[in-house]
Ligand binder design. Structure first.
Ligand SMILES: Nc1ncnc2c1ncn2[C@@H]1O[C@H](COP(=O)(O)OP(=O)(O)O)[C@@H](O)[C@H]1O
Ligand SMILES: [Mg+2]
Length: 325
């Protein structure tokens, strides 16, 4: 990946007035509020003139215009913010924003389309089907063979995800996923280790290994509520293996035209083969979050990380932010 030249900002005043978009109406609202508050506090302590703006309800365009802002830090996870909807509005309002272009956000939020792009370009991703009804989900799981994972197509934060080991578990798993939308991903389940790769301004940070409690996966509880999930950074892999995995992660980022910053979720199966699950374009920045952990390992403090993500709001040139290969 050709890393775009970093637009370095040395003086907080050069950012102007910053709106930190957080909250919103999505199912990931609560996580976004945590991310947003952590980022606001960090930027304020570095002298940036930043104000939180909750994207909930109508009237966001008016609030942004009346605030007289110069740029936006997008801390909205999930529908509305991470899927490109707000980014389209910001483009219309001529407000530069952190992170990926509108098109890249939309593509990355759609797991089915992301996986089509990965599969087409030879990036390993678990076999899957898109199901729009319970009979389709049943047929998909028979075709793929158990165990499978069921998850909403357009959702994050591990909401609505279940592992299905037995046919009798499928209906409940489908209902759980379908609560978040009519499109449900049925995907071959990968047994093995979970890793995540972070990109900041075109460069890859150290991998983090996620070790959920025995017998569990990285579901909403182990992600946000459990103290027994362990995170390893350095991740324990040999440096050349880590570099190879990061190259796959970069390829996934490039295929989706993602830029600025991102986090790629990956699995290594028992044969140590790699599988890409998804690319997150507005990764979490809470106290449990993984990009801050990877940045710390690279010697980048949380405050500096927030500052550098804010710098990406100067990169906005969606036509050249990542050419498809
Ligand atoms: N195919 C799979 N095999 C094994 N674990 C999976 C699979 N899909 C999802 N998971 C588990 O569920 C978690 C969330 O899935 P992911 O696809 O990353 O969606 P989200 O957008 O909710 O983070 C992963 O971090 C992983 O622990
Ligand atoms: Mg994920």
């Amino acid at each position: 990946m050709t890393a775009p030249a970093r637009h370095q900002v040395l003086d907080a005043a050069d950012f102007g007035r910053v709106a930190l978009l957080l909250g919103g109406d999505s199912a990931e609202r609560e996580i976004s509020l945590l991310t947003g508050k952590a980022v606001v506090d960090a930027l304020l302590s570095k002298g940036v003139q930043v104000e939180p703006v909750d994207a909930i309800g109508r009237g966001l365009a008016e609030r942004l215009l009346q605030g007289g802002y110069d740029r936006v830090f997008n801390a909205l996870h999930g529908a509305g913010g991470e899927d490109g909807v707000v980014s389209g509005l910001l483009q219309v309002l001529d407000l530069p924003c952190t992170g990926s272009s509108h098109a890249a956000l939309t593509l990355s939020m759609d797991k089915h389309f992301s996986k089509l792009a990965f599969a087409f370009s030879g990036i390993p991703t678990p076999a899957w089907r898109l199901a729009r009804s319970l009979p389709e989900a049943r047929a998909s799981s028979r075709e793929l063979g158990l165990p499978v994972g069921l998850k909403p197509n357009n959702q994050g934060s591990s909401l609505g995800i279940s592992r299905v080991d037995l046919p009798v578990e499928l209906d409940a798993a489908y209902r759980d996923a379908a609560r978040y939308g009519s499109e449900v991903i049925v995907e071959s389940w990968i047994e093995g280790g979970e890793y995540t790769a972070s990109m900041l301004q075109g460069e890859m940070l150290p991998l983090v290994q996620i070790v959920p409690p025995e017998g569990d996966f990285y579901d909403f509880h182990t992600k946000y509520e459990s103290a027994s999930t362990r995170y390893l950074c350095p991740c324990g892999l040999a440096p050349d293996r880590e570099a190879e995995i990061n190259r796959h992660a970069q390829a996934a980022i490039r295929e989706l035209r993602v830029s600025g910053w991102a986090r790629v979720d990956l699995m290594l199966d028992s044969r140590r083969d790699l599988w890409v699950l998804e690319v997150n374009t507005v990764p979490g920045m809470t106290s449990h979050s993984l990009v801050p952990m990877a940045a710390a390992e690279a010697g980048i403090s949380f405050g500096e990380l927030c500052w550098r993500v804010l710098e990406t709001s100067f990169d906005r040139d969606s036509s050249s932010s990542g050419e498809a290969q």
